[in-house]
Design a binder for this molecule. Structure first.
Ligand SMILES: CC(C)(COP(=O)(O)OP(=O)(O)OC[C@H]1O[C@@H](n2cnc3c(N)ncnc32)[C@H](O)[C@@H]1OP(=O)(O)O)[C@@H](O)C(=O)NCCC(=O)NCCS
Length: 187
């Protein structure tokens, strides 16, 4: 069990369908743009792109078969559930190894907190729990990146011990560039 006194990280399952779809609806209504990316639910294994059953299959494949995983490595996706009322507060995903692609864009960990529960310390708590999971995998450092303008994400990881590594420009399909900041957390 990956948990603290307030939150528990659970692997998605069919019995969480209603809560997960409600979580997705909240994000879709919020219509968020992070850097150049619109309506993404970070750390969710692309919940925004699939219906529930397709998504659950995808989550399970990513967690079990690196050859079929679109990340090119095993990826463990968790929902963070608040113990007091069983509300899903966020999503967080751990990519177990760094492929060349993830080294340049994506890193080991992605996360999001639902819009109505932000600025309450939940992302920091979720990330600390995910770091415990990373330790249990035997990882000794993890890479996390965020758009240069994503102050909330940078602050979250810095609170969990992240050290700035480098800035890099990722060419986009529309001809523009996204500027990423990459950080390491030593476990
Ligand atoms: C990034 C995100 C996960 C932060 O979640 P959160 O639960 O609000 O974060 P926390 O409450 O743990 O706050 C962590 C730190 O960030 C700060 N912070 C949070 N939101 C902020 C904002 N909009 N602007 C500036 N600082 C912010 C907090 O004040 C806190 O710092 P402090 O303790 O020094 O005051 C959330 O904003 C989110 O889901 N964003 C969209 C998805 C995303 O960007 N994911 C990361 C992709 S790399």
């Amino acid at each position: 069990m990956i948990e603290n006194n307030e939150l528990i990280l659970l692997r998605p399952s069919k019995d969480l369908e209603n809560q997960i779809m409600e979580y997705k609806r909240d994000f879709m209504q919020y219509n968020e743009k992070i850097g150049k990316v619109k309506n993404n639910i970070n750390g969710s294994c692309s919940l925004h792109n699939f219906n529930f059953d397709e998504w659950l299959d995808r989550v399970n494949i990513c967690a079990s078969d690196e050859n079929l995983s679109p990340y090119g490595t095993i990826a463990s996706t968790f929902v963070a559930v608040r113990k007091s009322d069983n509300k899903i507060i966020g999503t967080i995903q751990v990519r177990h190894t760094l492929t060349e692609e993830l080294r340049d864009d994506g890193g080991n960990i992605g996360y999001a907190v639902r819009p109505d529960e932000r600025k309450k310390g939940y992302a920091t708590k979720m990330l600390n729990l995910a770091l415990e999971f990373c330790r249990s995998l035997g990882l000794y450092k993890v890479l996390i990146d965020c758009d240069k303008t994503n102050i909330a994400s940078a602050k979250t990881m810095i609170k969990c011990g992240a050290i700035f590594d480098r800035e890099l420009n990722i060419p986009q399909s529309d001809g523009g560039v996204e500027t990423l900041h990459q950080y390491w957390i030593y476990l």
